[in-house]
Ligand binder design. Structure first.
Ligand SMILES: [Zn+2]
Length: 249
């Protein structure tokens, strides 16, 4: 498999992807071509495992590949490193969590999730939630982008809200994100109304992942409320398809 170029996704399938995914339809031809090549590579490298009773046809698999590759348009195929399986549940899924606290007490609970990205492990998505994102693409949500942001973040070995970047940029990024995160957490803790999903206050890595969703689905909101974060994300991900659409391009 060394360096073998993937078979490109065929025209008929790609047209179905563009018809279903507003973010793909809004890309200029050059970036759309790049995304198609990335998605082809994704389909060659990753196993997509739907959990019964869900079944996925080739266009739906290509749609998932395209969504997962949207955050890689500038970063490139290195963003696919380190994991091999995409697991797709029909709907939100339950996971059992446990944690031993400082007093040695074991806490266990169930979480209902729509997506998850294990370090080095599979990327997990809920198909129902992927479809909800596609039905309402400019509402601020994209679970596939969220989980891929975690995968990019983890590439340098630490899940901390900073993906691998050139050194000088990484310093600026870490400073600006920390400042924005601290301000956001303070606002949420004070019970103030916040424009961005308060889940972003959970941890710096969630802040990065949630803001990544807004970059693709509501970048104007990000520019108003978190302008420095918006600038870094535009540099990291490239121009948002939502802006291309707003400009009529
Ligand atoms: Zn997350």
């Amino acid at each position: 498999m060394l360096g073998r170029a993937p078979d490109p996704i065929d025209d008929a399938i790609w047209q179905q992807v563009a018809a279903r995914v507003a973010w793909v339809a809004a890309l200029d031809p050059g970036r759309a071509q790049r995304l198609r090549a990335l998605a082809s590579r994704f389909l060659q490298r990753k196993t997509i495992t739907p959990i019964e009773p869900l079944a996925l046809d080739p266009a739906q698999c290509a749609t998932l590949a395209a969504l997962c590759c949207l955050p890689l348009l500038e970063f490139g195929p290195e963003g696919l490193h380190g994991w091999s399986q995409l697991i797709v549940y029909p709907d939100a899924f339950r996971v059992n969590r446990s944690h031993v606290d400082a007093a040695g007490v074991l806490h266990e609970w169930d979480d209902e999730l729509i997506g998850e990205a294990w370090d080095g492990g599979p990327l997990i998505l809920s198909w129902a939630d992927v479809e909800a994102d596609l039905d309402d693409p400019y509402a601020g949500f994209c679970v596939a982008v969220h989980e891929m942001a975690h995968k990019l973040d983890a590439l340098d070995g630490v899940l901390d809200g900073t993906p691998p970047l050139p050194r000088a940029w990484q310093r600026e990024w870490a400073r600006d994100f920390q400042q924005a995160y601290d301000g956001f957490v303070a606002a949420v803790d004070a019970g103030r109304e916040v424009a961005v999903d308060p889940y972003a206050a959970e941890a710096p890595e969630e802040f990065f992942a949630v803001c990544s969703e807004y970059h693709f689905s509501d970048p104007a909101l990000l520019r108003v409320h978190l302008p420095r974060v918006a600038r870094h994300l535009e540099r990291f991900y490239g121009r948002s398809p939502a802006d291309a659409r707003a400009a009529g391009a």
